[in-house]
Design a protein around this ligand. Sequence first.
Ligand code: BTN
Length: 270
Amino acid sequence: MESTALDHWLSDLNLPTWRYYEEVGSTNDIALAWLDRDAPDSALVVAGHQTHGRGRLGRTWISVPEAGLAFTLIVRPNAQSPFPVERLTALGALAVTQAFKAGFGVDAHIKWPNDVLIAGRKVCGILVELAWQEEQLQGAVVGIGINVGRAAVPPAEGLHYPATSLEEALGHPINRWEVLRRVLEAFLAWRSRLTDPEFMAAWEQHLAFRGEWVQASDGLNPPLVGRVEGLSPEGHLRLRLEDGSEYRLSAGEIRPLPAPFAESSGGEDA
Ligand code: BTN
């Protein structure tokens, strides 16, 4: 039933192949197993519902039937399309932000490195996982979870970051397969252009908290406080620290700082 509906939404896209599962543990697991066999570049795994969705840093991704969208795209090195692994998370996040704008007129921003926010609240998370065979990188999977309906937003207690849904931003219900289609369109359009300067420019343009103060943690060292300036050519987050020096965050996560901190830190010219 759902797979017939999906046919309607996906059939004229340039997707090589896709598989739909009513219920799976994690679409990333299915995609990794498929990648290990014979999945082509840009093959898609979609789930009606996930029972063991994974997030970054060992977190759980809660997936609500009907209201959430959970899918994974397989990315393989090939002769036609470059394969810069460090840009794959941004590929997913940029595809989602552009899909929201083009399809639904909703502004969204990328909270470096892997979340998409609407009005400062998380609406989507991306989990990229790599597949190695001995020393050889076989490919990667780009798992994307989107809160489409209001019911997809987990209860506030226990949430790592404030969350929202696309329908909450829109104020009316939408078809989650249309959201999927829009994201895939943007994903496929960027897939072969990952090394173009336009890709970095579009990513940087959609960065959340530009010019704002954030707390940044790399998971190893004590958190730092800095103002978000943009991206380095490698896709690291460029921060201006309180002492005026530049710091480049290569891994970890950021959180916006509450307004009183920003005010006491010297405003625009600090
Ligand atoms: C995060 O916010 O930390 C990333 C969440 C990624 C969730 C998606 S849902 C589809 C794919 N399958 C998973 O198990 N995880 C990703």
